[in-house]
Design a protein around this ligand. Structure first.
Ligand SMILES: *Cc1c(COP(=O)(O)O)cnc(C)c1O
Length: 223
C-alpha cells in the first residue's frame, strides 16, 4: 500500500481532534512529499541534523516536531522553527530551550516526557521529578517555553493490557499535573502517546497526539 493510502486509513481510525504526527525519521524527502501531497502537515523527527536538513529542503508550511532525546548543545539548531519538542525530561533542557527561544524571539511548545514503560532504557520523568521542576523558581522564570502537555512510550510488548495500563498511567499523570499546575490553562492539553503498534489503544485511553512512523512509511532501514 502507498503512503497516501496509509495516511488516509490511519486518519479514519483516529478520533476527531487527535493529531497525527507522521514520524519520518530515516525516510527520504520523496516519501515525506508523498505524505504532504496527501494533506499531511505535521512530521516528527528524532535527529537534529536530519530535522534541519528536511526543514530546509521541504515546504515551509510543514510543522516539525522533535520526538527524540534532545541534547542541550543542539537546541539552538531547531529553536528558530521547531513546532513542538516532545521529549523534555530535565530542567536543564527547559532552561536551554528557553534561552534559545528568547534568541529566536519565539515561545517553544514542549511536552514533558514520562517514564511509563517497564524497560529501563527509556528516558523520562516520574511525577515527583516533574513536580520538582514545575515548582522550582528557575522554572517559573522561564518565558520562552510553553508546557503543552505530556508524552510517553509504552513497553514494547504484545501484552495489550500492560500497554493499556501504561497509557492510563500517563493520562492520570496528565490529570494530576493539570489539577496541580495548569488549572484554567487551555494550552496544557496534549497527551502524546501511541505509535504504529499501539496507537489504537492509546487513542482509547485519551491520546491527543499519536506518533506513527512505520505504519505510514514502511519499515525503517538503519544503515
Ligand atoms: C520512531 C518513533 C516513533 C514511531 O515509531 P513507529 O513504531 O515506526 O510508529 C514514535 N515515537 C518515537 C519517540 C519514536 O522514536
Amino acid at each position: 500500500m502507498g503512503i497516501a493510502e496509509n495516511i488516509r486509513k490511519i486518519k479514519d481510525a483516529l478520533k476527531e481532534g487527535v493529531c497525527l504526527v507522521a514520524v519520518s525519521k530515516t525516510k527520504p524527502d520523496a516519501d515525506l512529499l508523498e505524505a504532504y501531497g496527501a494533506g499531511q502537515r505535521v512530521f516528527g523527527e528524532n535527529k537534529v541534523q536530519e530535522l534541519v536538513q528536511k526543514y530546509e529542503s521541504l515546504p515551509k508550511d510543514i510543522e516539525w516536531h522533535f520526538i527524540g532525546h534532545l541534547q542541550t548543545n543542539k537546541v539552538k539548531y531547531i529553536a528558530p522553527f521547531v513546532g513542538m519538542i516532545h521529549g523534555v525530561d530535565s530542567l536543564k533542557l527547559l532552561k536551554t530551550i528557553d534561552k534559545e527561544g528568547r534568541k529566536a524571539g519565539r515561545k517553544i511548545a514542549c511536552l514533558l516526557q514520562f517514564h511509563i514503560a517497564e524497560e529501563e532504557t527509556k528516558f523520562g520523568l516520574d511525577l515527583a521529578e516533574a513536580r520538582e521542576i514545575l515548582t522550582s523558581d528557575e522554572f517559573t522564570q522561564l518565558e520562552f517555553v510553553e508546557i503543552r502537555g505530556v508524552m510517553g512510550m509504552a513497553t514494547y510488548t504484545n501484552d495489550t493490557e500492560q500497554i493499556r495500563r501504561e497509557f492510563r498511567q500517563l493520562k492520570s499523570i496528565f490529570n494530576q499535573l493539570k489539577q496541580e499546575f495548569f488549572v484554567g490553562r487551555d494550552s496544557f492539553s496534549e497527551i502524546s502517546m501511541g505509535m504504529s503498534g499501539d496507537f489504537p489503544i492509546a487513542v482509547e485511553e485519551g491520546s491527543t497526539m499519536v506518533r506513527v512512523g512505520s505504519s505510514i512509511f514502511g519499515d525503517r532501514q538503519y544503515a
